[in-house]
Design a protein around this ligand. Structure first.
Ligand code: GAP
Length: 430
């Protein structure tokens, strides 16, 4: 059963529990900018860490980098972004609102019915000025994708790492787009983070690797506990293809506002490395020891959004039961792994609970709570997505066991306090 007004409820939960706040709220907020609070920042870090572990640490064929956000402006001329990274835009002559032309039915303003301007192409890149002088020569762009930082460093990474094709370079970082219609909470914003990986392959092997990465990336979302029935592939039609891609798939998620892109997987051919070779005069090629040939590799890209993954995880995890709201977050990404509760504030229970907290804190992000009825304390953690609750009760004082409560089933087992680290680790990895 779909949950009614899910987005409104989620936005409110995010604020209440300290996941996400409107940026600059005390000044009335700024459209499409969001701040991540104590729980939000943990969830975001866990998503990025999991991606990095699986895409870099567990793979001998992928290297990581962290490139600068500001790059030489010629990067964006070579990449085609100055010319082609545009959205068709129309303005309402009456109420002055702006719309993406391809999201409008008919030729009247959807808000006031006013007359619309003719369509014009609007470049999505943010411009700023480098140095103290504001003139055309000092214009730089905030990167609209992290990928270009990888292409321009192709040789810098290839040479010291001594990788052979096929191999990849991965990066996580901020990107900026002056979106015409940012919308749906953190789904489409003007500042966001990407987790991108560029896989360099032999020219005739691009199709095969596109299929490989499609499946790999889909399985990552499923491994994070996202329900399979809410995920699907969407092959790009020729009209939808970005300017750099020959073939592309989106992984889409079934959001309350429709099926929407979560990640893009693109066959970028030799487009990027060829263009950078041409414009910079430095040949970004690969020497194939097998064939004794120099050639420009093809690129298969996997491009995911951190914030969009986070929203997907929250939407998919949100659940309502008669007695409680529960975020069924996968323990791997949950901001707090376990909460510790002394049943009552006496008989040595708080002291014992604090000792257990000390034992666990070096291993997990832990929350200690001794105030209020135990049921309410459980509910608060259910809403925060904390997968495990540890309660110290009178039996703990006798035999050093605690109850370990599991968030989703609310089932409880007794565990020796000394075994908690192993037990929680086992359950997180299960
Ligand atoms: N390098 C290729 C590239 O940037 P994209 O399909 O434009 O491809 C990739 O973007 C991913 O980045 C999207 O699937 C989405 O997760 C995220 N993303 C793009 N624009 C976004 C925005 N305005 N707000 C939040 N996330 C965005």
């Amino acid at each position: 059963m779909p949950i009614e007004n899910l987005m409104e409820k989620l936005v409110s939960l995010c604020k209440r529990r300290g996941f996400i706040f409107q940026s600059s709220e005390i000044y009335g907020g700024i459209n499409s900018c969001w701040d991540y609070g104590p729980l939000g920042v943990e969830l975001k870090r866990n998503i990025k860490q999991d991606w990095w572990r699986r895409m870099v640490h567990l793979r001998p064929d992928i290297e990581g980098i962290d490139a600068s956000i500001l790059m030489h402006p010629d990067v964006w001329r070579s990449s085609g972004h100055v010319e082609s990274f545009t959205d068709p835009l129309v303005d309402c002559k009456n109420c002055k609102q702006r719309f993406k032309a391809d999201e409008i039915d008919g030729d009247k303003c959807p808000v006031c019915g006013g007359e619309l301007t003719p369509v014009r192409q609007f470049n999505l890149m943010f411009k700023t000025f480098m140095g103290p002088v504001e003139e055309e020569a000092s214009v730089v762009y905030l990167r609209p994708e992290t990928a270009q930082g990888i292409y321009v460093n192709f040789l810098n990474v290839l040479n010291p790492s001594r990788q052979k094709l096929p191999f990849g370079i991965a990066q996580i970082g901020k990107a900026f787009r002056n979106e015409i219609t940012p919308s749906n909470f953190i789904f489409r914003t003007r500042e966001f983070e990407q987790m991108e990986m560029q896989y360099f392959v032999k020219p005739q092997e691009d199709e095969e690797w596109l299929e490989y990465w499609k499946e790999k990336r889909m399985s990552w979302y499923i491994s994070l506990g996202i329900k399979k029935e809410n995920l699907r592939f969407h092959p790009h039609t020729p009209e939808e293809l970005p300017h750099y891609a020959r073939k592309a798939y989106d992984i889409q998620y079934h959001f309350p506002f429709g099926w929407k892109e979560l990640e893009g997987i693109h066959d970028r051919t030799d487009y990027d490395l060829s263009r950078h070779s041409e414009y910079s005069g430095k040949r970004l090629s690969y020497y194939d020891e097998g064939t004794k040939n120099h050639y420009i590799p093809y690129i298969v890209e996997t491009s995911a959004g951190v914030n969009r993954t986070l929203l997907t995880i929250l939407v998919d995890a949100y659940d309502e039961e008669p007695e409680r709201v529960v975020l069924r977050l996968h323990p791997r990404v949950a901001p707090i792994k376990a909460a510790i509760f002394p049943l009552v504030k006496r008989d040595g229970m708080p002291e014992k609970a604090r000792k257990i907290e000390e034992l666990l804190r070096p291993h997990f992000n832990i929350f200690y709570d001794e105030s209020g009825a135990i049921g309410r304390r459980y509910r608060r953690q259910d809403e925060a997505g904390t997968p495990f609750g540890i309660t110290v009760d009178s039996q703990t004082m006798e035999d050093d066991t605690v109850t370990l409560r599991e968030r989703d089933s609310m089932g409880q087992v007794r565990v020796k306090a000394d075994d908690l680290i192993t037990e929680i680790k086992r359950r997180i990895e299960a």
